[in-house]
Design a protein around this ligand. Structure first.
Ligand SMILES: [Zn+2]
Length: 126
């Protein structure tokens, strides 16, 4: 039995494995993610179709398909956006760096600590 992980961790793993090159590692991680999505499915009273089309599942299946050379469906922008939302990740509006949480939020835009520091220095004329 793999260790139980949260849906948020599963979403983070689904994003992180996109750079992986070890199929065994991705498959092990995928099983943990399936179990996390299963738990969410039960909590929501959803069914297997909901589970099978979950953005976390889609990102894993796409990665495994890519590794096996059978990748076909390429429009995953929605699945990436949903996984980042579940994972609590966003991108710095200034440099595009991935962040776990916005450091500074002004309006709809959020920036990383480094960009926030630079903006503060610029504003103070240093
Ligand atoms: Zn930044």
């Amino acid at each position: 039995m793999p260790d139980t992980i949260t849906l948020r961790q599963a979403a983070r793993d689904a994003l992180d494995v996109q750079d992986a090159c070890n199929l065994s590692g991705v498959a092990h991680s995928f099983l943990q993610a399936v179990q996390a999505v299963n738990a969410e499915m039960r909590d929501r009273g959803e069914g297997t179709e909901w589970r099978n089309n979950h953005p976390i599942i889609r990102l894993y299946v796409d990665k495994l398909a890519s590794m096996a050379g059978v990748q076909g469906w390429t429009d995953l922008s929605g699945a990436y956006a949903e996984c980042r939302e579940i994972a609590g990740r966003t991108h710095c509006a200034t440099c595009g760096q991935t962040m776990e949480r916005p450091a500074v939020t002004s309006g709809a835009a959020s920036v990383c600590d480094r960009c926030a520091d630079e903006a503060t220095r610029d504003a103070e004329g240093r």
